[in-house]
Design a protein around this ligand. Structure first.
Ligand code: E4P
Length: 261
């Protein structure tokens, strides 16, 4: 399992040394408010032409810093406000890639994060044909995942925690530990479906609420994890990838970092 940090916090990335990093607008906002960054990013935002331009400028500034620290992919999200507008999503995605190129970042290392709506998936299909890699997020089941894989997207981010949140709100007393977690079950179904059907799209579990969910999904291609949970896992289990047993090692192509271990 490739460990991905779900954060824009540079210090956390330095500390946990993940292979990839993922961000979303809330994580960018948190990172932009960190001491030492606020003033510079404020100036960048003030030079922007409108709010979308300001958000993109700040996201790419932070994404570029992150890309210098991680060897793999950096995900930058197109505003969820555009999730039902294919053309607007395409324009923002291309603008983000353009901006990364102006920062000297290799665009093949950037994943444009889009919602797994019908419109988002259509946008991803066009972008992938143009050579722009996509990470399809806000994913809650196999049907969405299959549509993304059929559209040729590079990576999908099926959610765990938001599925658990919903079930917990309905059944607050139920036992949703480990494999009984409906979010974990959803990601496993997607992973097994993809491997069983030979899809090349990478499966990256996302939106974790506790370390039990992460352990239950060890073996998935990638997992994107908040610094708080990375810290918890590092404390109790040492190196994440080395300690956790894969859920289906037989069907999984070895990752380069697995071979190095
Ligand atoms: C990653 O793709 C998501 O943006 C992130 O994991 C969502 O997590 P949340 O459900 O805690 O907001």
């Amino acid at each position: 399992t490739t460990v991905v940090a779900d954060t824009g916090d540079i210090e956390a990335i330095r500390r946990f040394q993940p292979t990839d990093a993922t961000t979303n607008p809330s994580l960018i906002l948190q990172a932009a408010q960190q001491e030492g960054r606020r003033q510079r990013l404020g100036e960048i935002a003030r030079q922007a032409t409108d709010i979308d331009d300001a958000l993109d400028a700040v996201a790419v500034e932070i994404g570029s810093e992150i890309s210098a620290l991680v060897p793999g992919y950096v995900s930058t999200e197109v505003s969820a406000r555009l999730s039902f507008d294919t053309e607007a999503s395409l324009a923002r995605a291309r603008a983000l890639i353009d901006r990364y190129q102006r920062h000297g970042v290799d665009p093949s290392r950037i994943l444009i994060k889009l919602a797994s709506t019908w419109e988002g998936i259509r946008a991803a299909q066009v972008l992938e044909r143009e050579g722009i890699h996509c990470n399809l997020t806000l994913m809650f089941g196999v049907d969405q995942a299959r549509a993304c894989a059929d559209a040729g997207v590079t990576l999908v981010s099926p959610f765990v925690g938001r599925i658990l949140d919903w079930h917990k709100s309905r059944e607050p007393e139920a036992d949703f530990e480990g494999d009984r977690d409906p979010g974990v079950q959803s990601v496993k179904r997607i992973y097994e479906h993809f491997k069983g059907h030979g899809y090349e799209t990478i499966v990256m579990g996302a939106s974790f609420r506790n370390s039990g969910e992460i352990k239950a999904l060890a073996g998935c291609d990638r997992l994107t994890i908040s610094p708080a949970l990375l810290g918890e896992l590092a404390e109790s289990h040492g190196h994440l990838a080395r300690r956790l047993s894969p859920m289906d090692a037989e069907t999984r192509a070895p990752e380069p970092q697995d071979e190095a271990e």
